[in-house]
Design a protein around this ligand. Structure first.
Ligand code: E4P
Length: 217
């Protein structure tokens, strides 16, 4: 499973990219606003740091506007993926940009039928939001399992499942078990994946024994 980082924070992206675990980055208008920087400058800088796919979201809501903004975003760097909302205009724009060779991440997906439409429109990625479903007491991971089963029924559907709105290490574990293609992780969740209290306890004991025995490597 690929790991994307879900942030527009350059310091976090640099730190996590150095681990060798980061295959791409996702942003959205809320994350860009949080960075306090100019949209295109942040996307260009992220694209320089991470060679993998970097999602940048349009703010237009009509077909023409989305296509026009999508082309501007694609011009920033070759690894920009245009993020479009799952509306009829967004699906039409997905088809138009995909037909021109662009990569599209269809976002704000909350149902299996929406994921089917995005795949038929030629989306590179579909982003189902698991955390926001959990927030309203609907099991987000059930949606991922259903989309996986549905896509696996049809060889012609090439869209990758990009699990979004991840809130915990459990979401990551379940996504991998289901066979999602990508998980986009907030930096704190990615960092938490390597942490286990028994690892810390075991390491302390090994180091104490090594010191007592005077072991040197
Ligand atoms: C990523 O593509 C999404 O925009 C993001 O994961 C949404 O996460 P949130 O529901 O925590 O805002």
């Amino acid at each position: 499973m690929k790991f994307f980082v879900d942030t527009a924070d350059i310091a976090d992206i640099k730190e996590l990219a150095a681990t060798g675990m980061v295959d791409g980055v996702t942003t959205n208008p809320s994350l860009i606003a949080k960075s306090g920087r100019e949209f295109k400058d942040v996307i260009a800088e992220i694209c320089d740091i991470v060679p993998g796919d970097v999602s940048a979201e349009v703010v237009a809501t009509d077909f023409d506007g989305m296509v026009s903004e999508g082309k501007k975003l694609m011009a920033i760097a070759s690894n920009v993926v245009v993020k479009l909302p799952l509306t009829w205009d967004g699906l039409k724009a997905t088809r138009a940009l995909s037909d021109e060779g662009g990569k599209v991440n269809v976002t704000l997906c909350f149902s299996t039928n929406q994921a089917l439409l995005a795949a038929k429109a030629g989306a590179t990625y579909i982003s189902p939001f698991v955390g926001r479903l959990d927030d309203i007491n609907i099991d987000g991971m059930e949606l991922i399992a259903e989309i996986r089963a549905m896509y696996d029924n049809y060889d012609a559907l090439k869209t990758e499942i990009l699990v979004a709105s991840i809130r915990s290490a459990n979401h990551v574990r379940q996504s991998a078990i289901i066979g999602a293609d990508v998980a986009t992780l907030p930096p704190n969740v990615l960092k938490s994946l390597a942490v286990h209290p028994l690892t810390d306890k075991g390491l302390s004991a090994f180091l104490a024994d090594a010191e007592k025995a005077g072991i040197k490597v």
